[in-house]
Design a binder for this molecule. Structure first.
Ligand SMILES: [Cu+2]
Length: 237
């Protein structure tokens, strides 16, 4: 999937202008198809809904299950029931250590779906990253979205979704913003949740628009030069 996206992006951009700025465009477009998380909130000591999006299969093979590891810093786990996934939890002692979503029907490559887990973010987790490693199993093969980039490093090929916990708002039993959860798929929210690791859809669109705009200017300039040349040619005769 990643390869296919990259090729398509490259040919699109190449058709538009050809040449240099293309690699810069191709990378973030491919990155957006990973398993990503959109949190309804990130405040320490609050309840928040983590909505995970799966945007493609395993190299073309349909997705059959998603197994999430629940990190330290999460104090309660309440998976959201889904009509397209069966859900079960794995506990270690009192705590939920894993949440397993199994597709009712395998999710075909090229289609996206989401699963949501409500968590309580620990009061003392402010300033830390909560990383949710997830193994995507497919009819053929699997992809382990478990890698974490060290500070200043480039994003790994298969990054684990994560959020950065913000300061407590002081409201110890806040259930977060349910309205925000309902709007979880707006571009704006997607941008917020993925800003640490990925370029947003919006900024890609901007970049693409700008590149196409520049391409248009170049084509326009070439047109003028040709016109001038033609007229000079005509004048000489
Ligand atoms: Cu991807």
């Amino acid at each position: 999937m990643t390869i296919r996206t990259t090729l398509r992006t490259t040919s699109l951009a190449a058709a538009a202008l050809g040449g240099g700025a293309l690699l810069a465009l191709a990378a973030p477009l491919a990155a957006n198809a990973h398993v990503t998380v959109t949190p309804s909130g990130t405040a320490a000591g609050s309840y928040a809904v983590m909505t995970f999006s799966v945007g493609h299969g395993c190299e073309g093979s349909p997705t059959t299950s998603l197994t999430f590891d629940i990190p330290e810093g999460v104090e309660s786990v309440t998976p959201t029931i889904s009509s397209t996934w069966d859900v079960e939890t794995v506990t270690e002692g009192d705590a939920v250590s894993q949440v397993v979503y199994t597709a009712v029907e395998p999710l075909p490559d090229g289609f996206r779906d989401t699963v949501s887990i409500q968590v309580r973010i620990a009061e003392d987790a402010a300033g830390t990253d909560l990383v949710f490693p997830v193994v995507q199993a497919c009819e053929e093969g699997e992809t382990a979205w478990v890698d974490v980039a060290a500070e200043g490093e480039e994003e790994p090929a298969t990054p684990a979704p994560f959020i950065t916990v913000t300061e407590s708002t002081g409201d110890g039993h806040s259930h977060g913003t349910d309205e925000a959860a309902d709007e979880e798929h707006s571009d704006e929210e997607h941008a917020e949740s993925t800003e640490a690791s990925e370029a947003s859809d919006a900024s890609e669109t901007d970049v693409l628009a700008r590149v196409l705009g520049i391409g248009g200017l170049v084509v326009g300039a070439v047109g003028i030069v040709l016109a001038v040349t033609a007229r000079r040619g005509a004048a000489k005769q």
